[in-house]
Design a protein around this ligand. Structure first.
Ligand SMILES: [Zn+2]
Length: 144
């Protein structure tokens, strides 16, 4: 059975390759790439290849695949960034600050004293996505 997709969804377009991304990892069910509106250096996303908006719609097996990728890539992010901690964050619905309605898990490196995760609305896109390449290369290397 083909995976669900949605016209106009930015993550579906990234998965199809019609929108660029700085890819870190890919398997049959998931993809991981850099977040271009990072809260901290190394902030990236684990995304299911199928388009399911949230935990209400996604099959448990697909959610588990996203969690496996967040586990694998998240550990590489910790290693590559040398961060003190890492938040895995998955939002469902506008009340929870979900902005892209295609299920994804944020991996957000944290430091002692970093002041916490700032307001979602305050996150700004990086001026040049290429500036994320060095940390992306380090994460890929840490994935082995
Ligand atoms: Zn989608």
């Amino acid at each position: 059975m083909p995976l669900p997709r949605a016209d106009g969804c930015v993550f579906c377009r990234i998965i199809e390759g019609t929108l660029p991304s700085i890819k870190l990892y890919e398997d049959a069910e998931t993809i991981a790439f850099m977040d271009i509106k990072p809260f901290s250096e190394g902030h990236c996303l684990a995304v299911t290849k199928g388009h399911w908006p949230d935990i209400s719609s996604i099959p448990a097996e697909a959610m588990a695949a996203a969690a496996r990728t967040a586990h694998r890539v998240g550990n590489a992010v910790l290693k590559a960034t040398g961060a003190d901690g890492l938040n895995l964050l998955q939002a469902n619905g506008t009340a929870a600050n979900q902005t892209v309605f295609h299920l994804h898990i944020h991996m957000i490196p944290r430091r002692h004293g970093d002041g916490g995760i700032k307001s979602w609305a305050a996150a700004q896109p990086v001026e040049d996505p290429k500036s994320l390449e060095p940390i992306a290369a380090a994460i890929r290397a840490a994935l082995g």
